[in-house]
Design a protein around this ligand. Sequence first.
Ligand code: PBG
Length: 326
Amino acid sequence: MNIRPRRNRMKPFLRDLLSECSVSANDLISPYFLLPPHEKKSPILSMPGQYRYPLKDLLDKLSELVPIGLKGIALFPCVPEDKKNVKATESYNPNHFYQIAIKEIKAKFPDLLIMTDVALDPYSSQGHDGLVDELTGEILNDETIEILVKMSIVQAQSGADLIGPSDMMDGRIGAIRKGLDLAGFSNTAIISYCAKYASHFYGPFRDALDSTPKIGDKKTYQMNYSNRTEAFKELVLDQTEGADIVMVKPGISYLDIVRDFKERSQLPVAAYNVSGEYAMVKAAHEKKWINGPMVMHEMLTSFKRAGCDIILSYFTEEFLKDEFFV
Ligand code: PBG
């Protein structure tokens, strides 16, 4: 045999030198769940190691992680039930605790990227990402967009760096881009949840926010997980409408779409390593059925191998703290 692929695998230094991709702190954004200031930090049971934080505790957490390389966070508000309503009006209240937190985090950590969430579900008493027609139960696209634009502007005013529409309404990227530009925020970027699938991997996230839809599901706006071509259609639209970064969500079961986006688009590609993916690793590790930290590393690397520029992952903190990986 003159060709022996195993020769390149014989020594650790060779394996390291020949490694085609790797994960670093520069690839990761950590999602956080934010409570109103008077509430106490509380664990999310279906996501071991993850908490809902009031601002004070979140600032402490960031003081710990920014010096060891944390580059960005994605913030999601846990809105108390009595502040939710059918029109999701708290979503664009400039004095809402979410906006105040963005301002304070930005003031304390000017070099940390803050990504926001733009969708109605945390603020909607019905738990949907859009407004619900009272009579038919239909999710109203164009009426929802008006609110999403208001939300985006308020978030940009608070100092957000990256606006993250996660709602999947048609035409929202273009409308938000136009709204931001008219309000003087032409430098505020948009990361579009471009191919967001209707997924059961979101279960623990909905526990965290108590945002499970009260009636029906999200299948009239989030995509059918059987579909690939439909993702290209969304990609073309979001590019044309002015997205700066396109995201695929969930991550692990959708890395084929990440690869497709990387090959078809000049935009940076992100993926969301979602709550259910995190929960599965944690649960199997607790049962001692897998080695959690090693599986985490393999998972994050597979995002890079597929072509991701950015990974949103609940593993970020663990990754930053694990000396084995840094
Ligand atoms: C909703 C939203 C969801 C996630 C992020 N934004 C859930 C949903 O669509 O119901 C899920 C993230 C995760 O599971 O980690 N706008």
